[in-house]
Ligand binder design. Structure first.
Ligand SMILES: [Zn+2]
Ligand SMILES: [Zn+2]
Ligand SMILES: [Zn+2]
Length: 222
């Protein structure tokens, strides 16, 4: 059961937290480190891998940020490999990075403020890449009197620790994924540097182990 707590770090003050406790821990840390600012208002939003829930982050997002700004933050932190399309789904509406107006008006773009979309408790989804897709879910945890520290209005305030992934040959921490093994078997595709050198597959068919739900997909190298 220990693994199910999905441990991580609150980046406001460097304290330990978990996926479940992150909301309260972050609020405590922000209050202690920065003090409440009644002029400020931001959303606290947790994203996680839909099928890889051990990967999670929490973003502090200024109240009128755009979906586009959040999308580009997700790309730079977690997702970007080769400029694929992405999409948010919120209340059944789809918001795409490159909306195709010819398909009618059920697809909107991402140049829209979250002020009118978000409310505390909202659950939505994000998809990156319609081919080798990475699916995220997100939840608006809270609305808080703090401002993000970055100039772009979105701050990473907590993140999971890298999951403990082991070499399938020797049990040491893994740092390469063999894509040939991954596609063949789906398991035993993780290797440490030494064992990867030893094993038979094509050297170029590999990706690094990275702390992201896009691990092992397309050409994602972190
Ligand atoms: Zn790609
Ligand atoms: Zn090894
Ligand atoms: Zn292999």
């Amino acid at each position: 059961m220990a693994e199910r707590t999905y441990p991580g770090v609150c980046l406001v003050d460097g304290t330990e937290t978990t996926k479940r406790k992150a909301k309260n821990d972050i609020k405590k840390s922000l209050t202690k480190e920065r003090g409440q600012d009644q002029e400020a208002a931001s959303w606290l939003v947790q994203f996680s891998g839909k099928y890889r829930p051990q990967y999670w982050i929490v973003l502090l997002i200024e109240k009128d940020a755009t979906l586009k700004a959040i999308d580009s933050k997700l790309r730079s932190l977690w997702l970007e490999c080769c400029g694929h399309l992405s999409q948010f789904t919120i209340y059944g509406h789809k918001f795409q990075s490159n909306p195709d107006r010819n398909y009618g008006d059920d697809e909107e773009g991402m140049d829209i403020s979250v002020e009118s979309l978000f409310r505390v408790g909202l659950v939505g989804e994000h998809l990156y890449d319609f081919g080798d897709s990475t699916h995220l879910t997100f939840k608006v945890l809270d609305f808080l009197p703090f401002a993000p520290k970055n100039r772009n209005g979105i701050e990473l305030v907590a993140q999971n620790h890298p999951p403990d992934i082991r070499c399938s040959s020797c049990g040491e921490p893994a740092d390469r994924i063999c894509l040939e093994c991954l596609y063949d078997s789906g398991v035993e595709a993780f290797f440490c540097e030494d064992c990867f050198e030893e094993h038979e597959c094509d050297e170029d068919m590999s990706l690094p182990v990275v702390n992201s739900p896009r691990i092992g997909q397309c050409g994602y190298e972190g």
